[in-house]
Design a protein around this ligand. Structure first.
Ligand SMILES: Cc1cc2nc3c(=O)[nH]c(=O)nc-3n(C[C@H](O)[C@H](O)[C@H](O)COP(=O)(O)OP(=O)(O)OC[C@H]3O[C@@H](n4cnc5c(N)ncnc54)[C@H](O)[C@@H]3O)c2cc1C
Ligand code: FES
Ligand code: FES
Length: 472
């Protein structure tokens, strides 16, 4: 069996561990890396934030990620930086740490290592972040005692400072194997295929073994329920699935592309989708979480599917038998059920480029602006020619067992002008189509009301009214 080989703070480590051990457990068992803290153990609080560069060509990019929902098998070939690695062991604080201390931005200090790592991750990518970018970088870090204003102030002061040492560490990338290997020990082994052919072969031979991408969904099972996994198949090193390819009429996102990697493309193609994705978990979650994982988990409240369905996205499903393409709207067959066979993987997500005169909006309604799952997510795509709507696609998440289109609403929109009366007709059609569930996120009545209101909001938004409120 192969030990897990990775780099931490510039030192290469070969760890003979179970592949399903969390990275946070490993850090906390090692006296040199106990600066990383455990708070929630479910990806919500950011106390366990570290910086991770996934293996790949060129200069590695270090992004903040949650070590509590990351497994040792996932970091084979990766480089990590923990709070101890910011100082080159010279006992001098990193400039971000110094500013946090001078500014009174830490009290009990429990959250501080995670906050410092998130800020260093931001500054390492962007030496001159604006307010919104600082806010985004901190959205996955909770502080129970200091208050966010002093933390934000420290971040602003640090914004033009403190990136050099990370760059030194970033140049020490390790040799990652690009062919299939298995890492871990006899208790838990993860297969790490390097190509789509190897992945399909492995999936065909081990159909009951879970596919593990970013783990931001699946790893909660280990971190919270303490499940143990004898085996998993990783997608993060499959080179074809790491690619983003632009074609004349569409963009293909590989099945291991993360939300953070997709974000610049979505910003250019569909800004409203990018606004949604900026509210998808936190930087830590988007750094690891993939588009394919958001679809593969078939959750009725996933944020990606309603937007992707409204945009006419399709999936390429691959197996040893070849490829087949399935429209995303036909992929989900019921609660957490899909048309994907156990020997198949999502190898690509095909996103059509905007058509002439196409308008697209997606609205996420959740209890908090940041770091929250949708209660309802409504996505609207229309083509408006000479003031008349055509080709409407309306899709909702959180309203049924699957994300799904609402044909009645589309019929109400097509051939009409953008008026409030027409929005009311669309809302009635949405109300008639869905019988949402009651749960702790929202009652059925609340969900129906919100979904209907989103129809009006879409029409007002297209009509140029300012509806850029916090929960957009
Ligand atoms: C704190 C926190 C906040 C979150 N916030 C949001 C949010 O705002 N909105 C939201 O929608 N979700 C959210 N999530 C859920 C999760 O982050 C997303 O669903 C994410 O996209 C999952 O991707 P992943 O790569 O981590 O999937 P994984 O956990 O690795 O896998 C999820 C499922 O997809 C399957 N899978 C993965 N890759 C493939 C593939 N290529 N082919 C077929 N099946 C595959 C896996 O087998 C598994 O069943 C949040 C999670 C956390 C912990
Ligand atoms: S311990 Fe809270 S996000 Fe990891
Ligand atoms: S300083 Fe105490 S939790 Fe942030």
């Amino acid at each position: 069996m192969n030990p897990v080989k990775f780099q931490i703070n510039g030192t290469v480590i070969e760890a003979n561990v179970r592949a399903d051990m969390t990275v946070l457990e490993w850090l906390r068992e090692n006296p040199q890396t106990r600066g990383t803290k455990e708070g929630c153990a479910e990806g919500d609080c950011g106390a366990c934030s570290i910086l991770v560069a996934r293996p790949g060509d060129g200069d590695p990019e270090f992004l903040a990620a949650n070590s509590c929902i990351m497994l040792m098998g996932q970091i084979e070939g990766a480089s990590l930086i923990t709070v101890e690695g910011l100082t080159d062991n010279d006992r001098e604080p990193h400039p971000v740490q110094a500013i946090m201390a001078e500014n009174g931005s830490s009290q009990c200090g429990f959250c501080t290592p995670g906050i410092v790592m998130s800020l260093c991750g931001l500054l390492n990518r962007n030496g001159d972040p604006n307010e919104e970018e600082i806010h985004d970088a901190l959205a996955g870090n909770l502080c129970r005692c200091t208050g966010y204003r002093p933390i934000f102030e420290a971040a602003t002061k640090a914004a033009s400072n403190g990136v050099d040492r990370l760059q030194v560490l970033a140049s020490n990338s390790i040799d990652a194997k690009d062919t299939a290997i298995a890492v871990g020990n006899e208790g838990s082994i993860f297969f790490r295929p390097g190509s789509i052919a190897e992945l399909c072969e492995l999936k065909s031979e081990n159909q009951a073994v879970p596919l593990l991408a970013g783990g931001t969904d699946l790893c909660l099972d280990v971190a919270q329920a303490k499940s143990r996994w004898p085996m998993a198949i990783l997608t993060g090193s499959v080179k074809e699935m790491l690619a983003i390819e632009e074609h004349d009429n569409h963009v293909n996102f590989g099945g291991a592309v993360t939300w953070e990697q997709a974000l610049p493309w979505l910003r250019a193609l569909y800004p409203s989708f990018a606004t949604l994705v900026r509210r998808f978990g936190s930087t830590q979650v988007r750094s690891m979480g993939t588009i394919a994982g958001n679809i593969g988990n078939a959750s009725p409240i996933g944020d990606g599917p309603p937007a992707l369905i409204a945009l006419g996205a399709s999936l390429v499903l691959s197996s040893i038998e070849g490829e087949r393409e399935v429209l995303l709207e036909e992929f989900f067959t019921g609660y957490r059920a899909t048309v994907m066979r156990p020997d198949e993987v999502i190898s690509k997500i095909k996103l059509p480029k905007p058509q002439k005169n196409q308008q697209f909006r997606v609205y996420k309604i959740s209890k908090r602006y940041d770091q929250d799952i949708s209660t309802v997510c409504g996505a609207f795509s229309v083509v408006v020619e000479d003031g008349i709507i055509k080709d409407a696609i309306v899709a909702f998440g959180g309203m049924a067992a699957t994300s799904q289109r609402c044909p009645g609403a589309e019929n109400a929109l097509n051939g009409e002008q953008l008026t409030i009366e027409m929005a009311a007709k669309t809302a009635l059609a949405v109300d008639a189509h869905f019988s949402p569930l009651d749960d702790w996120r929202g009652t059925a009545k609340y969900r129906s009301k919100v979904a209907a209101n989103l129809c009006e909001r879409f029409v007002r938004d297209l009509g140029g009214e300012t509806v850029e409120v916090m929960d957009l």
